[in-house]
Every structure is written in structure tokens, then in C-alpha cells.
Ligand binder design. Sequence first.
Ligand code: HEM
Length: 234
Amino acid sequence: MQTLLELAQGPLFRLTFAIMALGLLRILILDIWGAVEAYRKAGDKNIPWGQAFRKSLAWLFPVGKAFGSRPVYSLFSILFHIGLILVPLFLFAHVELWKSGIGLGWVTLPKDWADYLTLSTIIFGLALFIGRVAFRASSFLSRKQDIIWPLALIVPFITGYICANTGIAPAGYQFFMLIHILSAELIFALLPFTKIAHCVLMPLSQFVATLAWRFPPDTDEPVAISLNKKGVPV
Ligand code: HEM
């Protein structure tokens, strides 16, 4: 067990983390490149940066619009995402691992906050999973991965919580720690190839859309002809 743990904490961690970082970087570069290309070809180069910034904030903190149509689902999803983002990045134990590995550390969550966020992520992740299974037939979420992700994402939270809070015997601790690390690494390795990759694109999505969705020059006439509106004042 000790050897497996060392393998998971060392080479496997470096490999899966590199796959995630490079995979996400590739998506980011391709997206920005595509938007810049579209902008270069566009006729209208006037970019409403302020509007794109406001839209990005509305996407990142979807209070209002999203709450209006599906308030419970939106609330659960936001509460799920808060722990999902904050705990892996700012948990004291994780930051200590980074410190010992690469010598870099940063602010950490107080222990009780980490525990509450962990529990809320588990509860809201389960609620999202149950909701998606229950409403599968009527939902637009038809792909299996949409249903499985909330469940897969809470495995490291459940196992991390057991290790950090239950005082189990050393053999049990090692077992749950191994599942903790392996489940996290599976998520790292799959992340760039699934819909979860939206985590890097989300903050930029409105800027990319604003840059990319512009008509190339000389499109006015063909568009007017195809709509049978040539010569009609707009
Ligand atoms: C998706 C990635 C990950 C998530 C979501 C995650 C989540 C968690 C959570 C929720 C806890 C317990 C928090 C608490 O209530 O105190 C925890 C503890 C811990 N995690 Fe992770 N983790 C992730 C990846 C990793 C990786 C890759 C490693 C090691 C290479 C790791 C090592 C640890 C350690 C050593 C602890 C502390 C256990 C203790 O206090 O005894 N985690 N993690």
C-alpha cells in the first residue's frame, strides 16, 4: 500500500497534472487564437469591452437571470461550485504539499471553513446527481457524462473528509488516501477532454464571443440578398 501511495503521490501526480495543465492551455490558446482570427477578418472592429466585461461577470455570478428560470437548481449548482473550486486550491494540507514539492505556498482556508465547504460540496453534488437522474427524461442533459460528473467529482471530497476528520486506523487511512489521490488524478487526466474544460473557458467566454461573433467585411450584401431584403431600409 505504501508503495502504491508513493507512486500516486509522485510520478502519477506529476503526469496527470501535466496532462491537465497542458490540455487546458491548448484549449485556451486555440480559443483565443480562433477569436483573434475572427476579429482580424471582421468588418466591424469596434469592441464593446465594457459590455463584454459586464456579461462575463453575469456569467460567473449568475444571480438574477438563472435564478429566475430554475432557482433551486441554480442555487444548488452555485453552492456546489464554491467548494469545488476553493477546497482543492486553498486547503491547508494541499498547499503544504505544493510547498514541499515546488517551494510555493499561498493563503489557506481555515479548517472549519474547509470542512463546511467539503460537506456542502458533497451534499449539493449528490443533490445535482439525484436531480439529473430524476429529470433525465425531460431534461436536455441526455449525455451520460452530464449525469455522472457530479458523482465523480465528490469522490475526492468524501475520501478527503474521511481522512481528515474521522481518525480511522492507519491501514484505513492509507486506503482512503489512495482512493482520494487516484480519483483526483482521474479527474485531472479527463478534465481537458470533457465538458469540465469549461472551467478555463468560462471566465473568457463572453470576451471570446464578443470578439468572434462579428461579420466579416462584405457580408452585408449577401446576407441582405439571402433574406430578400436588398434595398430595404433598416
Ligand atoms: C480534485 C482534486 C482534489 C480534491 C477535490 C480534494 C479534496 C480534499 C478534501 C475535501 C479534503 C478534506 C478537507 C477537510 O475537510 O479537512 C482533502 C484532504 C487532503 N487531500 Fe485532497 N483533494 C484533491 C486532490 C488531492 C491530491 C492530488 C492529493 C495528493 C497528491 C491530496 C492530498 C490530500 C491530503 C494529504 C489531505 C489531508 C488529509 C488529512 O488531513 O489527513 N488531495 N482533500
